[in-house]
Each structure stands twice: as structure tokens, then as C-alpha cells.
Design a protein around this ligand. Structure first.
Ligand code: 3PG
Length: 307
């Protein structure tokens, strides 16, 4: 029997597994689960007879691909697929997919949740600030950006967005001011929420000059990827701008420097948890399982991300 493997170092909620398993078994495949693995060797062993693979941020490297001679499809249950070696997949004729939009609301809620937490001084009892009337800039208006805007509207924020890949008309139809340049976004907004993927073009692109354009009291919110931040330069900015706050769902490599120097001006979740809700896990996990079956049974390549 062909095997569909779910391999997640950070497990899905049980409610998601309870829905994924019957989809897989109901279609006549074996369901296999590898969770909370600590060694790469465990993943290499689990994939050796897998026909299909569902992962989250797990690294699907060339080594993993080469350890899986039966593999036909890998689905990243989530949006960002920078953890998949697409070239290795293409070389082996393996289809790679993501599940766009499925966990976006969860990430959007975390953005506003962390903003309130920091605006209220981590609930330490002192007077904080409010979000109403403040300007939020959405850096890349995709699925998550859409939800951030929806939720921020409820808070009474003024909403701006910059995305060179989305028509201004589409952004403005959602009641958002679409800006022409990234510089304008940063110089206009009290809060900037990052929603860019980690690519060769975006890595290290959030730098000192850009962040220094933000108004006094500016806050950067990162639920995207740590790689897009120039860490050396954000540390310099934090030192030069005592008014600046950094909130991130992905702790930077230089977390110890923040802890040593900038107490009260940053917040990092202990583990990336933007998509850590039962709903997001169910949405993304079920979509991944259905996409795999659609591909194996009917050759459906919707959501394919490699060439
Ligand atoms: C995504 O790209 O979908 C998010 O970053 C969620 O990642 P996760 O599944 O590892 O939580």
C-alpha cells in the first residue's frame, strides 16, 4: 500500500490529525506519522518508502529527497515554502506544493494580539497606548496581509499597504491606501507588519535605512521569516532609536543581544506560533491531504510551486 507520511517536528493539533488520517485511509493509502523528531536521521528513515510527504517548516533538503526513492509529491502545509529544496524536487520529478491561505487568519490574529500585548507594556500594570487611530502598514498584501487589514479595521486603525505584485485597485477596493514605494510605507506608518516571503531578493532587505524612516514610537511586527531582517542593522537601529520596538514570531539569531540591551522594547514568541491554532492546522493539513490525493489519483497540479 502506498504511504502518505506526515512529518512534523512541530506537530499539528490532534484535531487536525483526526481529520487527515481518515482522508488518507479513505482514499486507500497508508497513513504514517512522524512527530517531534529530533534527529534528521529519523526523517531520512521515515521517508524511505513514502509516496507522499506532508510537512510544516521541516527542512526537505536534497538529502531528504534522495532518501525517498518512491516520493512523488511533497506538500508544505502552510504558505512559505523556503524550507523545500525545489531544485532537488524538480531534478527527481517530484511535485512540490503549498496550501496558500489556509493558515492566514491565525497569523493575522497573532499580529494584532502581539501588538496589543506590547502596546499595553506586556500587561505589567503601567499605562500603555491604544491602536485606534494609529497607522498600520502591510508590507506585502497577500493572504495574511488581507486578514491583518480586516482585523486592524476592527481596531479603528488607518491601513496602508505596499505590494508591487498586487494591483493598487485591488488593495484600494478593500478600503486600504495603496502606496507606491516601500519607503513611503515605512515613513508613514506607526506599525509595519511584514508579510514578505524569504527569497534571495528579500533576505536581509529590512535594513537600518528602511526602519529608520518609521515615525517616533515605530513598531515592526514580523510574522514572516527571520531571514528577511538584517540583524546587524536592526541591532544598530534599536541602539540608536530608544523609541523603536520589534515584535517577532520568529526570534532572531541575535536574540541574546536583544535580551541584554533592549528590555521592554521587544517581544519574541518562544516558538513560531502564527499558524499554531487547531483551525489553521485542520485547514492546512486537510488541504495538504486532499491535494496529495487529487494529484496521485487525477494528476491535479493546482498549487504546484516548482517548475
Ligand atoms: C507558513 O509559512 O505557513 C507559516 O510560517 C507557518 O509555519 P508553520 O507551519 O511551521 O507553523
Amino acid at each position: 500500500m502506498k504511504k502518505i507520511l506526515v512529518a512534523t517536528e512541530k506537530p499539528f493539533a490532534k484535531a487536525a490529525i483526526d481529520q487527515i488520517r481518515p482522508i488518507v485511509e479513505g482514499a486507500g493509502y497508508e497513513f504514517a506519522l512522524l512527530e517531534k523528531y529530533t534527529e534528521k536521521a529519523q526523517l531520512l528513515d521515515a521517508v524511505k518508502d513514502a509516496t507522499a510527504l506532508i510537512v510544516r517548516s521541516d527542512k526537505v533538503t536534497r538529502e531528504v529527497i534522495e532518501a525517498a526513492p518512491e516520493l512523488k509529491i511533497v506538500v508544505r502545509a502552510g504558505a512559505g515554502y523556503d524550507n523545500l529544496d525545489l531544485e532537488a524536487c524538480t531534478d527527481k520529478g517530484i511535485v512540490a506544493m503549498n496550501t496558500p491561505g489556509q493558515n492566514s487568519n491565525a497569523v493575522g490574529e497573532l499580529v494584532l494580539g502581539m501588538m496589543v500585548f506590547m502596546a499595553r507594556n506586556s500587561y505589567n500594570g503601567t499605562a500603555g497606548t491604544e491602536l485606534r487611530g494609529k497607522k498600520i502598514g502591510i508590507h506585502a498584501y497577500g493572504n495574511v496581509g488581507h486578514y491583518v487589514a480586516e482585523i486592524a479595521k476592527g481596531f479603528g486603525m488607518e491601513i496602508y499597504a505596499f505590494d508591487p505584485f498586487v494591483a493598487k485597485e485591488k488593495i484600494e477596493a478593500a478600503g486600504i491606501k495603496a502606496l507606491d514605494t516601500v519607503e513611503e510605507l515605512y515613513s508613514t506608518c506607526d506599525y509595519v507588519s511584514l508579510h514578505i516571503p524569504a527569497t534571495e531578493q528579500t533576505k536581509n532587505s529590512i535594513n537600518y535605512d528602511l526602519l529608520n524612516k518609521m515615525p517616533k514610537g515605530g513598531t515592526l511586527v514580523n510574522t514572516a521569516r527571520k531571514e528577511v531582517i538584517n540583524e546587524e542593522e536592526i541591532l544598530k537601529l534599536m541602539a540608536d532609536r530608544p523609541d523603536f520596538t520589534y515584535i517577532s514570531d520568529i526570534a532572531p539569531d541575535c536574540k541574546a543581544d536583544f535580551e541584554a540591551k533592549f528590555e521592554g522594547r521587544f517581544f519574541f514568541t518562544p516558538k513560531k506560533m502564527g499558524a499554531q491554532t487547531a483551525e489553521a492546522n485542520i485547514n492546512a493539513g486537510v488541504a495538504a491531504a486532499n491535494q496529495i490525493i487529487g494529484f496521485l489519483e487525477n494528476g491535479d497540479e493546482t498549487f504546484k510551486v516548482n517548475k
